[in-house]
Design a binder for this molecule. Structure first.
Ligand code: BGC
Length: 857
């Protein structure tokens, strides 16, 4: 050691010199009270605001926090997302919808903490999560990123995640506020006159309060989130981020910031700032906001001060001021986090059907694993919430089953799943008539200089096949294109045809639409590709009319088609593998995520055909649905067991094998209703008006005509019988519930989130195995002439019990769960009288009933 270094070490040893990380704020100076971690966050924010110069305030208000570094204020660096940090070296946890299927705030707490630790480990201090956009339609592409259809469940789980993440000192950003329940038209479309507003969600005040805004309350109160992201869409005619009433209602509840979704959420910067948008964008971006909105007086000084105060408050209150992040490490995933990912995946696995105890597998002699079960299995959704896995690798289902089975496991692809086909449709199967009337190879392409296929075409020509890359010469964007011609199939059998691109595309064969979809890209940022698929049986040599319509109204146009011909099918080989195996485990998937919606709940491509074909030859067929949310199951009666695995994160294989072989009970329950048909559910009820909405020169809206009747509330009200109800999920064991659910409380409309009563339940595991049960408490019709739902989830408890074990639990019921929003007086009301309470294991199952009585004070 050199002399200088020895002297330095001696100073450190005597305490004369303290080693302080360079980025840490200096110790509190009485003249700089905001540096004192012992002072409350609001006082620190006020103290610092009082000494900032006008230039510093203006810089902060346009997202530039660098000038505030001299006061110890850190830069804010954000990262998505809800089920893991979207950077290499992190852990891919199960999707949020899977987390919701655990019904377990303990799991949510553990995941929130782990995600925040990995975020900080990566040198970031702002978490873009959790997401609580209510699952209004199962077609919504981002459904897997969110926490289901029930606002109570979503709010409780997100609040738990938020509180745990905040304890690790990050700014939690709950999203997307609000009425953001689909991808279709979310940022509007490009017309010749410019971009329209985001889809206008036309929704009642009551539905906003009881359904869409409701989860945000526990997140910003009990969960302590310091930020909320306002969404891309409009709400009742105003961009959500420019809707003062909407933002005021939220900001009354917490001292933190509102920040807009990245990109198209703000159309008028001054309007957004005046409505309540604080920080214009994270990561030192201005989001298009400039200082002149303040200097011109368009946004008053008081609001500028408020913006800066709230921003500082969030920085102090979250702990990111006192706990600066380091530069970030390559690898932040840990064995503990991966173990947690496995636990949450088993806790979220829903056993939908189990005929004659097919599962758990009991010493099968051989297993055929069929379908996309290798590296083509989907562990994460697409878009900003996708999580790359590079640490510990993702355990594929096939690898997980092989590692656990101890018997012969044969793998057969069977179907490529929900992926694009790879063979371009060859030009020699397409013919059309050219402008001279001659029959020629190819298709007739017609292009219009508008996205609506209207007026005189800008260009008509013969193209070799349908599809386009960019904007053809002589055409202006946004445009629409139509390709027509005759397809003469080279073979007889099932064809799978896929389209990949950006915009809205539909494929018609023989006048029948066989595929349609909205895509903001072939994939969006990261994760799986988003094909638009269709299947059709064709006869060799029998010509059929073909038409492809393409509206290139989302920017950067492009569309390509490909197909899988009958001779390319992999079903026969899979059937052979299934025929000789003791058990067939068939995987089916569905790609979903940001920037796309589904146009049907049907499994895409040839997956239904594969399942049917396997079930015909194997007497123990288990289907594993590797989908973000509900799908239709036309083969349900023909298979023996069905597992809903969601997007289960990188530990997919380990978790699934544990459930299949009974090492763990399947802990998941459905956080969304599974419809029996595409026509069921609230959003499907009114045609395009209720989903996906209508965008034309006069309308730009979708009606939430169902009001508060979302999810199971709708099924109860209309009597529609779903395929599987909300809350459903089987255990390998059986449970008995006994209870005492009577209670009384007084009229306490001022303390809506206070506990009004308890449902006491005695639960016994009556089966031969350890297992889990999710006790669900529903409140019935309230005592009022106002229409209220037949059942609303008001409390849950997940119990894991050994055989014979018995436990007594008390499930609290809040006053809010016994209240409705009175639109006439714009206030919550708690009607007095006896309210029925139902206890069961799904929204359609009542095992016990009782009353809770409200007495007027
Ligand atoms: C998404 C947000 C996300 C943001 C940043 C947006 O397109 O809607 O959820 O946090 O991108 O990645």
């Amino acid at each position: 050691m050199s002399r200088a270094l020895r002297a330095f070490a001696a100073l450190v040893a005597t305490g004369a010199l303290a080693l302080v990380p360079l980025t840490r704020p200096a110790a509190a100076d009485p003249g700089e009270p905001w540096r004192d971690p012992g002072k409350p966050a609001p006082a620190r924010a006020d103290a610092l605001l009082a000494v900032l110069t006008q230039d510093e305030k203006l810089a902060a208000a346009v997202g530039d926090l660098a000038p505030l570094a001299r006061h110890g204020v850190p830069l804010l660096n954000s990262k998505d997302g809800p089920s893991g940090i979207g950077l290499p070296g992190t852990t891919a946890f199960p999707s949020s919808q899977a987390l919701a299927a655990t019904f377990d705030t303990g799991d949510a707490t553990a995941v929130g903490a782990a995600i925040a630790r990995e975020l900080r480990g990566k040198g970031r201090n702002v978490w873009l999560g959790p997401a609580v956009d209510i699952a209004r339609t199962p077609l919504a592409g981002r459904q897997p990123e969110n926490l289901g259809e029930d606002p109570y469940l979503a709010g409780e789980l997100a609040a738990a995640e938020s509180a745990a993440a905040k304890a690790e000192h990050v700014i939690v950003t709950a999203k997307h506020y609000t009425g953001n329940n689909q991808e279709y038209y979310r940022t509007g479309v490009i017309t010749p006159a410019g971009r329209t507003g985001g889809i206008n969600t036309v929704v009642s005040e009551r539905a906003l309060k009881e359904i869409y805004e409701r989860p945000f309350t526990p997140i910003v109160t009990r969960g302590g989130a310091d930020a909320v992201m306002c969404s891309y869409n409009q709400v009742n005619g105003l961009q959500a981020c420019q809707n003062k009433k909407l933002l005021d209602d939220l900001k009354k509840q917490f001292g933190g910031i509102v920040t807009p979704d990245f990109g198209q959420a703000v159309r008028d910067q001054a309007a957004a700032a005046n409505a309540g948008v604080d920080l214009p964008q994270y990561d030192q971006g201005s989001g298009g906001r400039t200082k002149d909105i303040f200097t011109s007086g368009a946004v008053p000084q008081a609001r500028l001060d408020d913006i800066v105060r709230r921003t500082l408050f969030a920085i102090f209150n979250s702990g990111v001021y006192d706990n600066p992040v380091g530069p970030g490490a390559d690898v932040v995933s840990t064995p503990e986090h991966r173990e947690l990912a496995t636990k949450v995946a088993t806790d979220s696995t829903v056993l939908l059907k189990n005929r004659a105890r097919t599962l758990p597998l009991d010493h099968p002699r051989s297993i055929a694993v069929i379908g996309p079960s290798g590296s083509d299995a989907l562990y994460t959704n697409g878009g900003s919430a996708a999580v790359p896995t590079t640490v510990g690798g993702d355990v594929t289902p096939l690898a997980g089953i092989r590692a656990r089975a101890g018997v012969t496991v044969t793998a057969a692809q069977g179907s490529a799943g929900d992926v694009p086909a790879v063979t371009p449709i060859p030009g020699d199967v397409l013919t059309t008539t050219d402008s001279s009337g001659a029959r020629v190879a190819g298709v007739t392409a017609t292009y219009w200089n508008n996205p609506d296929f209207t007026g005189n075409p800008a260009l008509t020509r013969t193209d070799a096949s349908p599809g386009v890359n960019g904007t053809p010469a002589g055409v202006t964007s946004p445009y629409s294109a139509r390709w027509t011609g005759t397809l003469t199939p080279p073979e007889t059998g099932l064809y799978r045809i896929t389209m990949l691109g950006r915009g809205i595309a539909s494929l018609y064969l023989g006048g029948k639409r066989i595929a349609t979809g909205y895509r903001e890209g072939a994939s969006f940022l990261a994760g799986p590709q988003y094909p638009i698929q269709g299947t059709i049986r064709l006869t060799a040599g029998k010509p059929i009319d073909l038409r492809v319509d393409y509206a290139a109204n989302l920017g950067r146009p492009g569309l390509s088609l490909a197909w899988q011909t009958p001779s390319q099918t992999q079903i026969p080989a899979a059937v052979e593998a299934a025929r000789t195996a003791d058990v067939a485990v068939v995987f089916a998937n569905s790609a979903a995520g940001e920037g796309m919606d589904h146009s049907s709940l049907s499994l895409q491509g040839d997956q239904n055909e594969l399942i049917e074909a396997v079930a015909k030859v194997n007497r123990r067929t288990v289907v594993v649905l590797n989908t973000g949310g509900p799908v239709l199951m036309p083969w349900l009666d023909k298979v023996d067991a069905v597992i809903q695995a969601w997007y289960p994160g990188q530990q997919f294989g380990t978790a699934l094998a544990a459930v299949l072989f009974g090492d763990t009970d399947p802990g998941g329950r459905l956080p969304v209703t599974f419809p029996a048909t595409d026509g069921q559910g609230p959003a499907a009820a009114g045609g395009a008006r209720t989903y996906p909405g209508v965008i034309d020169s006069t309308t730009n809206a979708q009606s939430y005509a169902e009001g508060i009747y979302v999810g199971y509330r709708w099924y109860d009200k209309t009597g529609q019988k779903p395929l599987f109800p909300f809350g459903h999920g089987l255990s390998y064991s059986t449970f008995r519930y006994d209870s005492d659910v009577s209670g009384s409380f007084s009229d306490t409309t001022t303390a809506l989130d206070a506990i009004a009563g308890q449902a006491k339940v005695n639960v016994t595991n009556t089966g031969p195995r350890a297992g889990s049960t999710t006790v669900q408490v529903y409140v019935g019709h309230l005592r009022t002439t106002v229409d209220t739902p037949a059942r609303q989830l008001a409390g849950v408890a997940t119990l894991r019990l050994k055989p014979g074990e018995n436990r007594q639990i008390s499930i609290p019921i809040s006053t809010r769960s016994l209240s409705y929003f009175d639109e006439k007086h714009h206030a919550w009301r708690t009607p007095c009288g006896r309210v029925p309470i139902y206890i069961g294991s799904s929204s359609a199952d009542t095992r016990l009933a009782g009353w809770i009585t409200c007495k007027t004070r």
